[in-house]
Design a protein around this ligand. Sequence first.
Ligand SMILES: [Zn+2]
Length: 69
Amino acid sequence: MPVRLLDWRDGRHFAWPARCVLCPKTTPLRSHAGEPVHKTCAESWNAAHPGETRFVSDPPKAGRNTDHA
Ligand SMILES: [Zn+2]
């Protein structure tokens, strides 16, 4: 199963360091459900669990990016 890269550029994915739910190291990253998890760990989990939607990418911003307003 190929590993699909997640798009987690949104600022809400970053918080204080906490232990990753998938490995013993700490990570500042959060999934959409608020689980502390490395992006690479989440990508590996997705590859090992095809069809499940535990970790998903940010929705595309459809060309109307208001970040620079
Ligand atoms: Zn991890």
